[in-house]
Design a protein around this ligand. Structure first.
Ligand SMILES: *[C@@H]1O[C@H](CO)[C@@H](O)[C@H](O)[C@H]1NC(C)=O
Ligand SMILES: *[C@@H]1O[C@H](CO)[C@@H](O)[C@H](O)[C@H]1NC(C)=O
Length: 211
């Protein structure tokens, strides 16, 4: 009888040998697994801990929920992934000046509490996700110095709290929205996108030729 009870338990531990961290720790660990980290900035990310709150560059609130990820200037390379969208209490996503590459995951649009997203100075490509229109708390969105293409999504015009917006030095095209917070952003927010046209004209359908 005893051996019949023990076998399933043994199998369970065989399948999940190292992980005892919570879902947010698993999400961060899944991200780390794809990254190159020549300076060992992520060395303290130990998935056998109960939660990721003692890991360097990760900050939690009083309920052990991840609210900050600070990996700027860390010489990390590799792709971002959909797991980041599971950090549902995240307020600050600071990944600037690394070598992150590939597309910006549209799942980042799930981060409803996000106040600041700094992805500038990487090698990100593809489009700015339309899902960013869901980030109603967002105040700072800096995507400059990447390889982003496509147009600025009209959905971003609904981000009424957005104070700083920078998409300079990419390869964006089309027109610049004129509603929501967009009239408050300076020219420098858009410069060095050779295919980006001026503000869309009032009353005309936005045109995205060659976009
Ligand atoms: C950054 O990483 C690359 C390898 O990916 C390495 O050649 C370079 O020396 C690193 N730079 C710094 C400042 O650590
Ligand atoms: C313009 O943007 C490209 C692509 O990001 C970048 O390589 C280049 O250094 C930028 N040029 C200036 C003058 O900022």
């Amino acid at each position: 009888m005893a051996s019949q009870l023990c076998l399933p338990l043994f199998l369970l531990f065989a399948v999940y040998p190292a992980f005892s961290t919570n879902p947010e720790g698993e999400a961060l660990h899944a991200l780390r697994a794809r990254l190159k980290d020549p300076r060992n900035v992520l060395q303290s990310w130990d998935p056998t801990l109960v939660n990721p709150c003692t890991w360097f560059h990760v900050t939690c609130d009083d309920h052990n929920r991840v609210i900050r990820l600070d990996l700027g200037n860390s010489n990390i390379s590799g792709p971002l992934g959909p797991e980041l969208g599971h950090l549902e209490h995240l307020q600050y996503l600071e990944l600037y000046r690394n070598n992150f590459e590939g597309k910006i995951p549209e799942e980042l649009g799930n981060l409803k509490s996000l106040v600041s997203m700094d992805l500038y100075g990487n090698r990100l490509e593809g489009k700015i996700p339309k899902s960013f229109g869901n980030l109603k708390s967002l105040r700072f969105l800096r995507l400059s110095n990447n390889r982003l293409t496509g147009s600025i999504p009209r959905e971003l015009a609904s981000l009424t709290n957005l104070k700083v917006f920078d998409v300079s030095s990419n390869d964006l095209c089309g027109t610049i929205p004129i509603d929501g917070p967009f009239p408050t952003f300076p020219y420098q927010s858009y410069e060095n996108n050779s295919r980006l046209n001026g503000p869309e004209l009032q009353g005309l359908v936005p045109y995205d030729f060659g976009c």
